[in-house]
Design a protein around this ligand. Structure first.
Ligand SMILES: Cc1cc2nc3c(=O)[nH]c(=O)nc-3n(C[C@H](O)[C@H](O)[C@H](O)COP(=O)(O)OP(=O)(O)OC[C@H]3O[C@@H](n4cnc5c(N)ncnc54)[C@H](O)[C@@H]3O)c2cc1C
Length: 489
């Protein structure tokens, strides 16, 4: 007899693993198929941005990451000298967390296993067949397997099999140039933990890996001598390139990982075909500038998870699934465009190019412009303007935006936090002013909602005159109601 899952997730990278957590939290039977027998030992995504930390906090597991990562209160845009100021964020996480991707994946996998997600390692998906009532995944581990699910999500990375089997175009351009990357030990580390340089010879970034021992060096040489990302890298090449641009290689030695990457940029034409969805790198790839790919992918998973779970359980209309693409594709388009713009600025080595960078540098000194880009890179700027099916138009500017975490005094006198009330992946219907209710659609099942009465004991300004609000499981405000000026729990 064939195994039938509610959802089969192809790919056990950070995005597939996070999606599986969201689906399992909602009670779905979910399996992750991962071709690798072991996690890869590469730092890749070095930063977890503030909004992703909020996502982890929404499920109560942020401390696991904070315990091993290194908070950094600024970021770069196109390696410009004026850094993005993350201190301005109205969040518990006014920083980005430096933590290697292998650690991030390990911690998400730990959570997935605690929730009871089934993870099949060493299992390679090879063929996807879509039928009217579900999808079958054929593949091989030590022997051929066949798994059936009502839904399949391709979180299988840049060369996604699910995307190609589904015939979804991956539009964009191939890469040019070849950035060098080395995770190394520095015999003479720089005085400041973050170093960046840009001149006619090229561009260098040096940043700590967060493990207390290693640094990442990224180099883009003005003359890359026709190298492509397939060419191997040697420590000597990394050292010489760094020294040419910076005047020193900091005595780099003992590389953990040496690699090359480029600016190939592509976006899936659609994020869904029938019962098959794409998330993460399967849907978008780009130059890893500003540390956004994994972060945006985890946000994709956070958006899709509760919607897929609700429709699979029959507690939401199928139209809800359309909103995955309508909400997340615009984020993917912005990601594509802003990383292409950064790619252009990062390679502007000519005198004219450097003059242009000077102009951008000055612009980033304007606090509102700096804040705009800081919010974009960190994921805080994401806003979902259109109402979900069954909802009326938003009544306040809060609707469609993320809600910040807020301590609350509940009507029974106990203390709670807004994120704590969302931690089981349900909706939150919060009454702040006695007798005020946010409008709910008919389909929203009472079992899917945590109802609470309470008043914020801090950050009350964020809520203005709001007397009640309905928050989605992913922490975005779905509806609000204006309350009386006197708030009572
Ligand atoms: C040098 C570098 C630096 C980066 N820095 C950052 C950063 O600082 N911040 C950031 O947010 N992002 C960064 N990124 C991007 C980030 O690494 C990716 O966006 C992220 O890995 C995407 O996660 P994913 O789960 O979508 O895909 P992946 O991590 O690619 O995972 C896909 C998984 O699917 C599996 N798989 C593939 N095909 C199959 C199949 N047929 N059957 C079964 N399993 C399959 C793969 O083995 C893999 O484990 C960086 C990338 C690079 C290269």
């Amino acid at each position: 007899m064939k195994d039938v899952y509610d959802c089969i997730v192809v790919g056990g990278g950070p995005v597939g693993l996070w999606l599986s957590c969201e689906l399992r939290l909602a009670g779905l039977r979910v399996v992750v198929i991962e071709r690798r027998t072991q996690r890869i030992n590469q730092s890749r995504a070095l930063t977890i941005h503030g909004r992703t930390l909020e996502v982890l906090s929404l499920r109560g597991i942020e401390e696991r990451f904070l315990a091993v990562g290194k908070p950094v209160r600024s970021g770069h845009y196109a390696v410009l000298d004026t850094r993005l100021d993350f201190d301005i964020f109205d969040s518990r996480f006014p920083y980005t967390l430096f933590i290697p991707q292998e650690t991030t994946e390990a911690l998400i996998e730990e959570f997935a296993l605690e929730l009871g997600v089934e993870i099949l390692r060493g299992a390679m998906a090879e063929r996807i067949v879509s039928e009217s009532d579900g999808v079958t995944v054929f593949g091989t581990n030590d022997r051929p397997f066949e798994l059936s699910g009502r839904y399949v999500v391709g979180a299988d990375g840049a060369r996604s099999l699910v995307r190609s089997e589904t015939g979804i175009e991956f539009e964009g351009h191939s890469g040019n140039g070849a950035w060098l990357l080395g995770d190394v030990v520095l015999a003479s580390p720089p005085d400041t933990p973050l170093v960046s340089a840009f001149n006619e010879h090229g561009c260098v970034l040096v940043a700590p890996l967060g493990d207390g021992a290693h640094y990442r060096i990224v180099v883009n040489e003005a003359d890359d001598r026709g190298r492509t990302r397939q060419d191997t890298v040697t420590l000597e090449e990394l050292r010489q390139a760094t020294a040419r641009i910076l005047g020193s290689d900091f005595g780099a030695h003992s590389p953990l990982w040496l690699s090359r990457f480029d600016n190939e940029t592509r976006l899936a034409k659609t994020y869904r075909r029938g019962n098959i969805f794409l998330a993460g790198d399967a849907a978008h790839i780009h130059l890893p500038a500003g540390g956004q790919g994994m972060n945006v992918g985890i946000q994709d998973a956070m958006n899709l998870g509760w919607k897929l779970a609700a429709v699979a359980k029959g507690t939401a209309p199928v139209e809800l699934l359309d909103t995955y693409e309508s909400e997340r594709l615009p984020v993917g388009i912005y990601l594509r465009d802003t990383t292409m713009a950064q790619s252009h600025l990062i390679t502007a080595f000519s005198a004219r190019g450097r003059a242009l960078r000077g102009v951008f540098n000055d612009m980033l000194k304007v606090p509102t412009i700096n804040a705009y880009f800081a919010n974009q890179v960190s994921g805080f700027a994401v806003h979902y303007p259109d109402p979900l099916p069954g909802f009326g138009a938003g009544r306040s500017t809060l609707v469609g935006g993320r809600i910040r975490d807020t301590p609350l005094r509940l009507s029974d006198g106990t203390d709670a936090t807004l994120f704590g009330l969302l931690s089981k992946g349900q909706w939150l219907d919060l009454t702040i002013s006695e007798g005020t209710k946010a409008e709910r659609p008919d389909w929203l099942h009472p079992h899917s909602v945590v109802e609470a009465r309470g008043i914020p004991t801090d950050h009350a300004d964020t809520l203005g005159n709001i007397g009640a609000l309905l928050v989605r499981p992913d922490g975005y405000v779905a509806q609000t109601a204006v309350g009386s000026s006197r708030r009572e729990a």
